[in-house]
Design a protein around this ligand. Structure first.
Ligand code: TXA
Ligand code: MG
Length: 523
């Protein structure tokens, strides 16, 4: 088995740049801003830029056509620009330069996006390699300006992004916001780095898959253990390696909607809408299957689960393989899902033909699964995309019964799943909870709580209680606790909203029950 080392050390800022649009990308788009008091940063902006600047130099490139239209003065635009750069600076984010075109579109100005004048200027002034650089923005012009210099364009759906999405080619990179743009860029740079360190590794992975092998690879949710969906022998090996029961079907990973006719009989309009909005991303759709999909993949069900991952390495692997990849999470059946390549190696070393390392998975819990096999779209598994966001688009989802009424509908709903070996109990509230003196108890909670000294170990999922961060650290934290020879682990539920629903679901399943225990039971 080959494995490429994951680069831990930060790359000194240098050749690579990220060109950031201002309005709708870093700050809310509230029309033509005349005063710094009107600036509202997105919640994720500072964190995302702090992560990006470890790997790349940051620039802002903004079109302020309101100046040309007489809606604000040049000075007003300059003050807002200076304020944005200054605020970011106070938070520790270094913007190397800000470029602003003040003219109207009709003026056909040479520095207005999608014209690449500013990017070229930055490249010559700062010694950048534009082909290794990225442009992030909420307008197709941001993607176009990237194309014009051989950089990678990323459309964010904040600002005007959602409205313009349809104007882009189907294989354009589209992400929900600046946070996911940063995830994408960091993973993309990691991939470029590996390509230089171990040239041909990705091609080798694709070849192994085409030849009927099994490859573990990163996605934005968890690592998957993949085989080409149409190769039954290879798929059978995936089941074997995982010791997965044959009644538990696999998710098929596609590189885009172009793969769907190979897999699904038809795509209902609501499913289509979900794909347009949330793919690539942590959303799996269950559709009636095409006869081409082997029964082994779907465990004999008339349906197939499909998703398009939001990870550059996964998508590149699918693209080079030239076929959809069936992949469950890359862990022994019933165990905690792997969110780093090391987790995969811990359990499956020597059993997969290759483990690709793409760094830690940014989402950290598995995809949300919605079935279109019933009259009403049904939530089969809460996951990395909050159900609220799906419901906002297509209306209320039916909830699959936790009592497991349809045993074949989603075998991943087995009550005990994602489990550490140490006995785990889940409680609503850790407060006042104290271990028996002779016991080694570990606790798991969203945020640091008082009185942790009496426990043998403690893991906190997010210092400031951010549920997205908590989802990304959950499985790693469970693994850490599991490795400490504890008598048991007590986990506290997190708020049951957004990604908290998926976190609580995984905690309860890891504990083998569907209800949190009361204090009396748990102690
Ligand atoms: O985020 C994810 O979904 C990750 C990454 C690797 O993509 N994959 C993942 O796969 O979590 P796995 O095998 O651990 O979970 C797949 C779930 C299982 O609960 C399975 O029962 C369900 O998807 N599933 C697959 N095909 C299905 C079908 N046709 N109908 C209902 N449920 C299905
Ligand atoms: Mg914008």
């Amino acid at each position: 088995m080959m494995r490429s080392g994951h680069r831990q050390e930060a790359q000194p800022p240098g050749q690579t740049a990220v060109f950031l649009d201002r309005d709708g990308t870093l700050i809310e788009d509230r029309g033509h801003l005349r005063d710094p008091g009107e600036v509202v940063f997105f919640a994720d902006t500072v964190d995302a830029l702090l992560r990006l600047q470890v790997h790349a130099r940051l620039f802002i490139v903004t079109n302020q056509s309101g100046v040309g239209k007489g809606l604000l003065t040049k000075d007003e635009a300059a003050r807002v620009n200076a304020f944005v750069v200054d605020r970011l600076g106070q938070a520790g984010v270094r913007i190397e330069a800000l470029y602003c075109c003040p003219r109207r579109r009709e003026d056909g100005c040479a520095c207005m996006k999608p014209h690449p004048l500013f990017l070229k200027q930055a490249a010559s002034e700062h010694g950048l390699d534009l082909r290794r650089s990225f442009v992030v923005g909420d307008h197709p012009h941001d993607v176009e300006v990237a194309d014009n210099v051989g950089a990678a364009g990323i459309l964010v759906l904040t600002g005007h992004g959602a409205r313009h999405r349809a104007e882009l080619l189907p294989d354009a990179t589209v992400v929900p916001g600046i946070r996911e743009a940063a995830d994408w860029i960091v993973a993309g740079l990691e991939m470029q780095h590996q390509d230089r360190q171990a040239p041909g590794l990705l091609d080798a992975a694709a070849r192994i898959l085409r030849d009927g092998g099994v490859v573990a690879f990163p996605t934005e949710t968890v690592y998957g253990l993949g085989a080409v969906v149409f190769n039954e022998k290879a798929v059978a090996r995936v089941f074997e390696i995982k010791a997965r029961p044959r009644f538990d079907p696999l998710i098929v990973h596609v590189g885009g909607t172009g793969h769907l006719p190979l897999l699904a009989k038809s795509v209902p309009a609501a499913a289509q809408a979900l794909m347009e909005h949330f793919w690539p991303g942590p959303l799996t759709l269950v559709l009636f299957k095409s006869p081409r999909v082997p029964d082994l993949v779907t465990a004999g069900l008339p349906t197939v689960a499909v998703r398009m991952p939001r990870h550059p390495l996964a998508l590149e692997l699918i693209r080079r393989t030239g076929a959809p990849i069936a992949a469950p999470s890359a862990n022994p059946f019933g165990d905690t899902s792997p969110t780093t390549a090391q987790h995969v190696l811990d359990h499956l070393a020597g059993r997969a033909d290759l483990v690709l390392d793409g760094g830690p998975c940014p989402v950290g819990v598995e995809s949300t699964i919605v079935s279109f096999a019933c009259d009403t779209p049904t939530l089969l598994r809460p996951g990395g995309l909050p159900a609220e966001e799906i419901e906002a688009l297509i209306g209320p989802l039916a909830k699959a019964s936790a009592k497991h009424e349809q045993p074949m509908a989603a075998p991943g709903m087995l009550p005990r799943h994602y489990a550490p070996r140490t006995p785990l109990r889940v409680v609503r509230d850790l407060e006042g909870f104290a271990p028996h003196s002779e016991e080694r108890v570990g606790i798991l909670a969203l945020k640091r709580t008082d009185g942790v000294a009496s426990f043998a170990a403690a893991e906190f999922l997010s210092a400031n209680g951010d549920l997205q961060e908590a989802a990304s650290t959950l499985f790693g934290a469970l693994r850490k606790l599991d490795a400490q020879a504890l008598d048991h682990i007590v986990a506290e539920l997190v708020p049951d909203i957004g990604l908290g629903v998926a976190i609580n679901d995984r905690l309860l399943r890891a504990a083998g029950n569907c209800q949190p225990q009361t204090k009396e039971h748990a102690s």
